[in-house]
Write a protein that binds this ligand. Sequence first.
Ligand code: XIL
Length: 313
Amino acid sequence: LRAKASGLDRPIHVGTAIASTPLVDDAAYRAIAGREFDMITPENDMKPQFVQPRRGVFAFAEADTLVDFARANDQAVHAHTLVWFEALPTWMRSAPDKETVMLDHIKAVAGHFAGRVAEWDVVNEPMDEDSSDGLRHNLWWQAMGKGYIAKAFTAARQADPNAVLYLNEYGVEEAGERWDRLYQLVKDLKAAGVPIDGVGFQNHEYAKGDRTPPETFRQHVQALAALGLKVRVSEMDVSANGDSAAVQAKEFAGKLAVCRDEPNCTSFGMWGFTDRYGSTADINNYPPSPGDALPWDRNLRPKKAYTAMLNEL
Ligand code: XIL
């Protein structure tokens, strides 16, 4: 799937999330990871609970291994994620000085990887369409109000001036309040001069009801282009969940084609690539176990979705 291999004038990156255990233990997994993708994302290894398990104590070994793997295979790294309400160490949840904690974390972590990663998810999943202001009232919001988002982007830019900075969200591929709120948020951030470069559309498709039309996604991509923002498909997986493999192929290929066509879409990423280790889209699967949501099967054989994507590149 390496877009580079397709000879496109404006190659988008095709990417995957990588789990560090199989990367070390499973040679067949490692071979596909190194061969098929232009960009990789650590599925968990850069999350706060892993990189800063105790205050001021950093643990970068797994993430560094992943970054080294990418470099050895001529792949870009999309780093994930600096500010989220999940995957936090206990001490971080109970710290009284949340703003200092957030800014110190960004400085240390984005600083550590500066020059070795291309992009960051700076703020992950900030939206809640049912709240008063459209934002999730998570611990960061509770401590700083909505300003935590601008503060996080400003700190990330300072720590790694060359990284492309993304806000990453789920459920915004489709039309509705969630998308409307996100659009307004990033419009306001841009107008205020906040250093945000793009929006990641997770595109988890957990169930039949989550199939989302590519043309709606295209409209959202174009709306963000008009604001001067890049976009990416960041975490795609499609639980077949009783559907045929053909439906799954159509979902993956449809979104990839939009990303390929739209000049501001920079990469198309899936959340893992093989059913052997699964994906969060699989039912009752958190954390993931073997499932059916990804383009390679449990024996690491490419499925219909793989061929369908290849045909779009
Ligand atoms: C998930 C990982 O895939 C799991 O292994 C982990 O147990 C929980 O997190 N949105 C995100 C990702 O931004 O970080 C999540 O990853 C899936 C949903």
